[in-house]
Design a protein around this ligand. Structure first.
Ligand code: PLP
Length: 377
């Protein structure tokens, strides 16, 4: 076996949905201590909020509220803050992250009605139309833009149009899309979008954020079930003096500030999406050549993470495959689907098609080691 592949910083390549491989400069940006009340840090917070807002094409009627924690924290904060206690949510589900929203609503005591489709099918705007027409009490809908469970892309703009047509508000989990796939706060009906620092933005884990219509946030005072996850209160404090209410993830913000600079240098989300799309096509083509089948049809596949069916050969042991790749410096991800045995390989993070080709070579070596080259049909 050749020496393991390594990132410029000596780490294995993370082909995962996040946390993922970040640039050296992003990691170096964290080598500072800043007081959370210092003007320097207040400026960083302000710059990052403005940068995130700009990526989402937000205007004067929108704001960006960061929240400490992983992505789920900000999803929970958005639901708890923007759904009034009497609100009723139509939750559009085709994967585990959609199902998680239902769980959160149950815990928060918010009414939630699921509209589910199969995990390999995008949510259908016509079904959303029918559900909203049937129940005028539904005040909001929630959509996961890219369902990381499978890697499927849901039709955000079409569903926003349907939700707006019924005069309801759309909440979106854009966690694994934001920074690459287009997000436009001017889409009719779109009230709020959540994402986190450590996916397509290529920052480090530690914070999420919600970009929301300010009128909706203003109207949300008193909704929240939780002090620390009250987005309205968090927003008010930030607007008052630029400071976070509670200890901010200072180094994570410094890293995100650098990551946003690198996103702009790359040419913005459209250019990043092109790099990821190239990673994805090299991956799918190469894995196909080795006998692996993607779970999704290519028309619904987002270039973020690819789910592959577990090969049928009895001698194929995922644990052996995973460890073999690991020893060669590539970290992949287990599957998360209900009902199908799969594994996943991410296309996002600070990596390009050279890394993908290295991974494909490692897959070839591991299959040979497992005496499964070529993979039997
Ligand atoms: C990553 C992700 C989340 C948040 O997960 P955390 O583990 O809490 O960071 C939420 N939704 C989607 C679609 C995701 O990909």
């Amino acid at each position: 076996m050749s020496t393991p592949a390594k990132t410029p910083d000596g780490d294995p390549w993370l082909l995962t949905p996040g946390p993922l491989s970040t640039s050296s400069a992003v990691k170096r940006a964290m080598l500072h201590d800043l007081g959370s009340r210092d003007q320097g840090f207040i400026d960083v917070t302000q710059r990052v909020r403005a940068g995130l807002l700009k990526i989402a094409n937000g205007g004067a009627a929108h704001t960006c509220v960061p929240v400490q924690g992983s992505g789920t924290f900000v999803v929970e904060a958005m639901l708890g803050t923007l759904l009034p206690r009497t609100g009723r949510l139509l939750n559009l589900v085709n994967g585990a992250y959609g199902r998680r929203v239902s769980r959160i609503c149950t815990m928060l005591g918010r009414h939630c009605q699921e509209l589910s489709t199969a995990e390999d099918q995008p949510l259908d705007p016509m079904l959303v139309d029918r559900a909203l027409r049937a129940d005028p009490q539904l005040s909001h809908a929630h959509l996961v833009y890219c369902e990381t469970t499978s890697g499927i892309l849901n039709p955000l703009a079409e569903i926003a149009a349907v939700v707006a047509g019924h005069g309801r508000a759309l909440l979106v989990d854009a966690m694994s899309a934001f920074g690459a796939l287009p997000v436009d706060m001017h889409l009719p009906g779109l009230q709020a979008v959540t994402a986190s620092a450590n996916k397509c933005l290529e920052g480090v884990p530690g914070l999420g954020f919600c970009i929301a219509a300010t009128d909706a946030l203003r109207a949300a005072a008193g909704n929240a079930h939780s002090l620390s996850l009250d987005l309205q209160d968090q927003w008010q404090a930030l607007e008052r003096n630029g400071q976070w209410r509670f200890t901010p993830p200072v180094q994570c913000l410094l890293a995100l500030d650098q990551a946003l600079m690198e996103l702009a240098q790359e040419g913005g989300p459209a250019a990043r999406l092109r790099r990821y799309a190239r990673n994805c096509s090299v991956l799918v083509e190469g894995m196909g050549g080795l006998g692996f089948t993607p779970y999704l049809k290519s028309v619904v596949q987002a270039p973020i993470i690819v789910t592959f069916l577990m090969p049928a050969a009895p001698a194929f042991r995922f644990e052996t495959f995973y460890q073999g790749l690991n020893r060669r410096g590539y970290v992949i991800y287990p599957g998360k689907l209900t009902g199908r045995d799969t594994f996943r390989i991410g296309c996002i993070g600070r990596l390009d098609e050279t890394v993908m080709r290295g991974l494909l070579q490692a897959v070839r070596e591991v299959l040979a080691e497992m005496k499964l080259l070529p993979l039997p049909l």
